[in-house]
Structure formats: C-alpha cells, structure tokens
Design a protein around this ligand. Structure first.
Ligand code: HEM
Length: 441
C-alpha cells in the first residue's frame, strides 16, 4: 500500500517519508505536488517537471488491498495554525455551502455543532469514515469507500449575522462590515451571505460529496442550508506538467497570486494577533470573500483571441503578459508598442487589479469554476465561484473591485450574482475545535 502523503494547512508536506522531496527552503514537498498541482492557484509558485511513478491501481487480491494513486493518497492536515483549504493547492471538486441557524439555536447549539463538524472533518480528511454521527456509530454513508483522503479539506467560517444570533455581537470584527454596493452587482439575496459557511474541496467528486453529506447531517436541527454552490477545477495529473489552472473563459488564472514564499504573504492573507481587541479570536484566521460571478460566455466567445488577450493583458495560450516573456515574467505596465499605445491596455483586467495600481492591495484568489446548465436567458449558467482570502477585505477585495467596477475591460462579460463575506478563524489545535476561541470566549 502506498504511503499516505500528508499536507499541512499551508500546503507544505509533512509526510515522514524518504520519498518526499525537500525544497530549498527546507520544506518537504510531496511527490504528488511534483506530479500534479504546483499550487494550481499559483499559491505556491512551484512549477516543477512531471515525473512518472504514480502507484496506479494494482490488480486487487482480497488479502492485499490495491495501492492508492498519489491523488487518492494525499492527505491535508486538519490541525494547524491556519485552517486547511486556504493555501492548499486547488482541488478538482468544491462545494461552497452557507447555513443559517434554526430558530431557537444559539451560542450553545452552535458550539456543539462546530465541535461535531470539526470531529467529522478531522476523520474524513484522514480518509476514515464519518462514524459516530447523528445516525450513530457505523452509519457512514459509504460513498467514499475505496477512496483515500484525496486532499479533502473542510474549512469553516462565520457570517456577519451569526454574531447577533449567538449573543456574540461584541466579538463582531469590523472586517465583516457589509461590502459596498458595486454598479455591476446583480445580487440574489437568497444566495448571498449566511450565518455559517463551509468550503469542501477534494480531488475526487465522491470524496467531496461524502464530506458534504456528512456535514449536512450533523447540522440537522441546528442549522439548515441557505445556499449551496458546486464547483470544479482541473484534475491533478490531467496536464503533461503542473500548470496554473484555467477558468471557463480559457484563461490561465492565478498567476499574479501572492506566493507563500513572499515575505509579506502571511501579513496579507492571515489576521495578526490583536490581544484585548474584539477580533482577538481571529488570530491566524482569514477573511473569505465569496462571489458567484457568471461569465457571459456567448458574448466572450465571439471575441477574436487578440481582443480577448487585450481584455486581460495576458496571452491566452501561456498566460504571459502582453509586454513579453513567460507566464511568470513581471508585467511591464509602461511598455508601448510601435503605434505608441500601451501594450497592456489602460483598461486591461490584469493592469487594473495589479497590486502596483492598488496601493499594494492583494488577495489570494482560490476559485472553483461552476456550470449549472442553461439559464432562463438561454445562455450557460457558468462562471467562477470566486473565493479570495485576505487579512482584511477592506484592504484586499474592496479597493480592487471598486476599481474593476469603474472601467475594467472584463466587466462587460461578467455578472456578480451572489456575495458573501466570512470570518474564517485560525486552525484548531490538537483537542480543540474550529471556532472554540470565539464560542467559548
Ligand atoms: C470571473 C471573473 C474573473 C476572471 C475570469 C478573472 C480573470 C483573471 C485573469 C485571467 C487574470 C490574469 C492572470 C492572473 O494573474 O491570475 C486575473 C488577475 C487578477 N484578478 Fe481577476 N478575474 C476575475 C475576477 C476578479 C475579481 C472579482 C477580482 C477582485 C476584486 C480579481 C482580481 C484579480 C487580481 C488581484 C489579479 C492579479 C493581478 C496582478 O497580480 O497583476 N479578479 N484575473
């Protein structure tokens, strides 16, 4: 049986295995990441050559279980300073689910739920069944039988409305203030916000659904689903070499993300200590801005590729900036062509959103694509479940979206249909549950 690859919440590998490759930082890097992910969101910046050697499924003999592939065997760690699912490499499947507390459920019930959810998440992320749930021991649904952990992550967050409902208004962080309205918003309130938010990600669709179902069952009587969105990304191993993911417009998306190796990465993405302040419990946490952004694909696909590239400011084939180089070359925002015009146009999405043009504002974008069939208008109901992570949305998402809203060449092809902001507390230590520092403060 191949050894399970263990991944810390920051995406680094913690497997005690001689097969691991140790990077120059001294960080263990799993073979699986060499094979297929490279922090698909660009979160890690790793771009390494492919190698062979995935274990594959051996012929099954009852006395000798088949080895898991490296995809199935990869395990993300539940415990840690930060919750998993933030810097974890993008997974192939995702479910975003918001819950509202039921009438009569308050702080005590919420604490019981978070304790149970944490226990279930820990078991499932280790590839074990969700035994001991509301249906009693041994009542795992069996949906994920045969599969390994498959990089499953479960991430929990609190919405603004949670605090008043649980008598915790004094602990409401200012970072959860409602987002300003943007001119291009066409938001559906029923699919926005929510008391609690859960993000499930896994490299296997059945493993992801299994976790989602187990979490929904645990919530029965305490919280009910307010909205659910299902997404996907490229499957690890689908490309000849690890690459940044593409979105449904066909663009390489994630290149400009801050990298964990950047000196200011932690400061930008995670909440620092703030002893004695209302948000003290958020130390090590992060704020997730979630936007369901529909892509107007029928209009987009009519544009010739050169026009599409000018909308973004990068080449479609390889993500290189129009100012030249390769995907990872810095954009030269001042470069002009022979006609004297800027080669990365004034209204190009990558120019307008770049930290350089936003006083350094940056966020870690970690989206899933979605496709829910054909909408009433006859066009695909498809786009991006845009999830971005930052230490403060008012210094990350908000200033950038304000600028994009005013004159981004991409905006005419997008419609923001739902929105939510969630306080995602730091990771649970051993023996602790997620949110304990808030709920037992
Ligand atoms: C469906 C909607 C969107 C699509 C298809 C899209 C696509 C892209 C693409 C292709 C890039 C260039 C490659 C890269 O650096 O990742 C990019 C960059 C970027 N986008 Fe978007 N984007 C969308 C929405 C947004 C939103 C809502 C925001 C934030 C408010 C945003 C912020 C950024 C940032 C910060 C960069 C990196 C800029 C840099 O570092 O130079 N994007 N986006």
């Amino acid at each position: 049986m191949s050894k399970t690859k263990k991944q810390a919440p920051d995406g680094t590998d913690t497997t005690d295995s001689p097969r691991n490759v140790v990077g120059s930082s001294g960080t263990g890097v799993s073979r699986r990441r060499l094979l297929g992910t490279a922090g698909a969101a660009g979160a890690t910046g790793l771009v390494l050559g492919a190698g062979g050697g995935a274990a594959g499924y051996a012929a099954t003999r009852p006395e000798e279980p088949a080895a898991l592939t490296t995809v199935g065997a990869t395990e993300a760690m539940f415990h840690g300073k930060h919750q998993p699912g933030i810097t974890t490499p993008l997974q192939a499947r995702g479910h975003l689910v918001a819950f509202d507390l039921t009438a009569g459920a308050g702080r005590k019930e919420a604490a019981v739920l978070l304790r149970r959810w944490s226990a279930v998440a820990k078991e499932l992320m280790a590839g074990r069944p969700a035994a001991g749930g509301p249906d009693g021991p041994g009542h795992d649904t069996g949906i994920a039988l045969d599969a390994g952990p498959s990089s499953l992550t479960v991430t929990f967050g609190f919405g603004r409305t949670f605090f008043a409902r649980t008598g915790l208004a004094a602990r409401l962080p200012a970072a959860l203030d409602p987002l300003p309205a943007f001119s291009a918003d066409a938001l559906n309130a029923e699919r926005s916000n929510g008391d609690l938010w859960v993000q499930v990600g896994a490299d296997d669709a059945l493993v992801a659904f299994h976790a989602l179902r187990a979490l929904q069952k645990e919530a029965a009587g305490t919280a009910r689903v307010r909205w659910q969105m299902n997404g996907f990304n490229r499957t690890p191993g689908a490309t000849a070499r690890p690459m940044t993911a593409r979105n449904l417009m066909g663009q390489i998306d994630g290149t400009g993300n801050p990298k964990p190796a950047d000196e200011d990465f932690g400061r930008r993405v995670f909440v620092p200590a703030s002893p004695g302040k209302p948000q003290e419990w958020m130390e090590g946490g992060s704020y997730a801005v979630v936007r369901r952004i529909r892509m107007l694909l029928d209009d987009w696909e009519k544009l010739p590729v050169e026009r599409q590239e000018r909308v973004i400011g990068r080449r479609k084939a390889d993500g290189a900036p129009l100012s030249g180089g390769t995907e990872t070359t810095e954009m030269d925002l001042d470069k002009a062509g022979p006609d004297g015009r800027l080669v990365i146009p004034d209204n190009a999405h990558a120019r307008i959103s770049s930290p350089e043009k936003n006083g350094g504002a940056a966020m870690l974008r970690r989206p899933f694509s979605y496709h829910d069939g054909i909408a009433e208008d006859g066009a695909p109901d498809a786009g991006l479940l845009f999830v971005c992570w930052q230490a403060d949305p008012f210094r990350g998402f908000v200033p950038v979206q304000r600028k994009l809203d005013r004159g981004d060449a991409l905006s005419p092809f997008l419609r923001h249909e739902a929105s939510g902001v969630f306080a995602v507390p730091g990771g649970a230590g051993e023996g602790e549950y997620v949110g304990q520092r808030l709920l037992e403060s």
